[in-house]
Design a protein around this ligand. Sequence first.
Ligand SMILES: *Cc1c(COP(=O)(O)O)cnc(C)c1O
Length: 329
Amino acid sequence: MQHSVTDRVTPAIDYDDVLGAQRRLEGVAHRTPVLHSACADEKAQARLHFKAEHLQRIGAFKFRGGYNALDRFDDAQKRAGVVAFSSGNHAQAIALSARLKGMRAVIVMPEDAPEIKIAATRGYGAEVVLYDRYTQDREALGRALAEREGLTVVPPFNHPHVMAGQGTAANELFDETGELDLLLVPLGGGGLLSGCATVARARYPNCRVVGVEPAAGNDAQQSLARGAIVAIDTPRTIADGAQTQALGELTFSVIRQRVDAIVTVSDAQLVDAMTFMASRMKQYVEPTGCLGVAAAFANADAWQGLRVGVIVSGGNVDPLRFASLIAPA
Ligand SMILES: *Cc1c(COP(=O)(O)O)cnc(C)c1O
């Protein structure tokens, strides 16, 4: 990769930050298994190592970053509690992490969020504040709440402690596999990718790091090409965990310096990968969780014979929706 001088801003995180997160997560997060499948290797014409983060606590890697962020609060922040805006996996990650730390958690969610997600978040002991996504500005709402009650906001990706926590997924993967030629990472706002790329650059500089985003929303690909953050309208894709409109300043700075390329996959390719994971590998993976898997299958020619790490990022999908995606009526 070529870098201009202006790229050389100090990156938001380094490998030491990931190692710190790894220590804080020890005995708290699951050390998820690394799965293998001869069928998958044949389909991808490569040796695939799947890091099974759909088997992580709360069903996604987001527990890593969320817990790491809360663990780094100072005493006053711990006493007051945390606020997060999310209807997805980040909400559950913060809710569970706060419960484990004995902290108050307030989660701001759109009032039309699936009842099952609202219930799950409440089930972890968090207070859920609902807002109308058409008439209310959730940022303003959250900021007012944070100020009034002294809560600390933990964003889903654009925060160094969150990014460092997510990187532990790749760190554990490499512990098990040793050197790899290629690492495939699902990409929304870039917390997972920036953390994992930081690990790869430090441990195996020759390992190519590739982010995978939905074709309908390739803002990160455009951002890397342009050398500046490109924002798009909320993309229409089944990969609901990657429906972000733009990278963050911090994630972009790391991705720009440490990621080799960004590729995209279609919703049809995601469905194919989900179906494969379910039927051949017996793994229940949400659409966003399959981004890396789908990329491995779609690029079999280009990546033939490589040792490939694939982060399988999450498994939170409603069973009826799962069924209708893999077997449409
Ligand atoms: C949040 C999420 C992603 C995207 O992670 P970012 O850090 O926002 O890039 C991918 N997969 C799943 C399952 C997620 O929950």
